[in-house]
Design a protein around this ligand. Structure first.
Ligand SMILES: NC(=O)c1ccc[n+]([C@@H]2O[C@H](COP(=O)([O-])OP(=O)(O)OC[C@H]3O[C@@H](n4cnc5c(N)ncnc54)[C@H](O)[C@@H]3O)[C@@H](O)[C@H]2O)c1
Ligand SMILES: O=C(O)C[C@H](O)C(=O)O
Length: 328
C-alpha cells in the first residue's frame, strides 16, 4: 500500500462537501491504490461541528478501504497540518438574483487567514483548489496571504463550466463528450466567463463547422454562463454534486496529469494572451508530472478578444474591490 496522502476539505458540513468527501474517500480522486487521510474543517460553531460529526459518522459507516484516518475540526491549523491537497469549499453560496461577486464581502475574509494557515502548516508542495465563490478572487486572496508558497499552487475552479460546455455541445451535436476536445473557459467563474469553441473538435471535426454561429453566440455562450443561476432556480440551492465532481476532475488532472488533453483551470495569469499578470484567470492548461502549463500560441480573433477582455475587466474590478485584503 502507498503512504496515505492528506486531503483537506473546508466547508466540510456543507452540501458540496457532502458529495466531495465521499468521492475522495472512495478513490475517485487518486485511484484505487492510494489511501487518504481526510482533514475536514468547519467553522468552530458547536451546531455546525455537530453536523460535521454526522458526516464523519457516515464516512465511517461506508468502511472505505482507502480511508486511513479522519481529522474533523474547527481549527484551521490542525486541519491543514501536513496537507498535500486542499479543497477550499467553505464559503456562503449565492441565492436567487445574486451575482457571485456579491459574495466578495461575505466570503473574501475567509481566504486570507486560510492561505496563511496553509503556508504555516501544509506540505510545501500543497496544491490548493478554491471552490468557494467568487472563486477566482478568493484564490488570489489565499495565494497572496500564503507567503513562502508559489501562487501557482493556488487554483480556482472553472472546471464545472468546462464540463457544462462539453455536455451542452454533446447534446447539440449528438457526439459523446469523450470525443469532444479543446473546449476552453477563459476568465472568471462568473457570468462574464467566455466559453470558447474556436479550437474545439467534435468527433475530429471543428466544432464551429457543426453548429451555426447564431446558436454559438446567442444560445451556447449565455447558457454556459448562466448555468449556475439556472441550477439555483431549479433546485432552490446551488449546484453541489456537479461542483464536487468538477473539483475531483480538476485536482485529479493537476496531480496525475491530463494525458495531453486541454483542461480549463483558473490559474494566476503570467501575462499570457495579454491578461493582467496576477489575476486568477481561466486558461486552457495541460498537466503533466504534477505541474500545469498554459497552452500557448492560440490565435485569438476579434470576437474572442472582446470576450476575454470583458471577463478580465471584471477580475481587475474584483481585485480592486478587495485591495485591502491583499495587504493584510
Ligand atoms: N467554483 C464553482 O464552480 C462552484 C460551484 C458550486 C458552488 N460553489 C461555491 O462553493 C461554496 C460552498 O457551497 P455549498 O453549496 O457547499 O455551501 P453550503 O452553505 O452548503 O456549505 C458551506 C459550508 O462552509 C462552511 N464555512 C463557512 N465559512 C467557513 C470557514 N471559514 N471555514 C470552514 N468552513 C466554513 C459553512 O459552515 C457551511 O457548512 C459557495 O461559495 C458556492 O457558491 C462554487
Ligand atoms: O452559480 C453559483 O452560484 C454556484 C456555482 O458557482 C455554479 O456555477 O453552479
Amino acid at each position: 500500500m502507498k503512504k496515505p496522502v492528506k486531503v483537506a476539505v473546508t466547508g466540510a458540513a456543507g452540501q458540496i462537501a457532502y458529495s466531495l468527501i465521499f468521492r475522495i474517500a472512495s478513490g475517485s480522486l487518486f485511484g484505487p491504490d492510494q489511501p487518504v487521510h481526510l482533514q475536514l474543517l468547519e467553522v468552530p460553531v458547536p451546531e455546525v461541528l455537530e453536523k460535521l460529526k454526522g458526516t464523519v459518522m457516515e464516512v465511517e459507516d461506508c468502511a472505505f478501504p482507502l480511508v486511513s484516518g479522519i481529522t474533523a475540526t474547527g481549527d484551521m491549523n490542525e486541519a491543514f497540518s501536513g496537507t498535500d491537497y486542499a479543497f477550499l469549499v467553505g464559503a456562503r453560496p449565492r441565492g436567487p438574483g445574486m451575482e457571485r461577486k456579491d459574495l466578495l464581502t461575505a466570503n473574501g475574509g475567509i481566504f486570507g487567514p486560510q492561505g496563511k494557515a496553509i503556508a504555516a502548516n501544509a506540505s510545501k508542495d500543497v496544491r490548493v483548489l478554491v471552490v468557494g465563490n467568487p472563486a477566482n478572487t478568493n484564490a488570489l486572496i489565499a495565494a497572496t496571504a500564503a507567503k513562502g508558497l508559489d501562487p501557482k499552487q493556488f487554483h480556482a475552479m472553472v472546471r464545472l463550466d468546462h464540463n457544462r460546455a462539453v455536455s451542452l455541445l454533446s447534446g447539440k451535436t449528438g457526439v459523446h463528450g469523450n470525443d469532444i476536445e479543446k473546449v476552453i473557459i477563459w476568465g472568471n467563474h462568473s457570468s462574464t466567463q467566455y466559453p470558447d469553441l474556436h479550437n474545439t473538435s467534435v468527433g475530429g471535426k471543428p466544432a464551429l463547422s457543426l453548429i451555426d454561429q447564431a446558436w454559438y453566440a446567442n444560445e451556447f455562450i449565455p447558457t454556459v454562463q448562466q448555468r449556475g443561476a439556472a441550477i439555483i432556480k431549479a433546485r432552490g440551492l446551488s449546484s453541489a454534486a456537479s461542483a464536487a465532481s468538477a473539483a475531483v476532475d480538476h485536482m485529479r488532472d493537476w496531480a496525475l496529469g491530463s494525458n495531453g488533453k486541454w483542461v480549463s483551470m483558473g490559474v494566476p495569469s503570467d501575462g499570457s494572451y495579454g491578461i493582467a499578470p496576477g489575476v486568477v484567470y481561466g486558461y486552457p492548461c495541460i498537466c503533466k508530472n504534477g505541474q500545469y502549463e498554459i497552452v500557448q500560441g492560440l490565435d485569438v480573433n476579434e470576437f474572442s478578444r472582446a470576450k476575454m477582455l470583458a471577463t478580465e475587466t471584471e477580475l481587475r474590478e474584483e481585485r480592486a474591490a478587495i485591495e485591502e485584503l491583499l495587504k493584510a
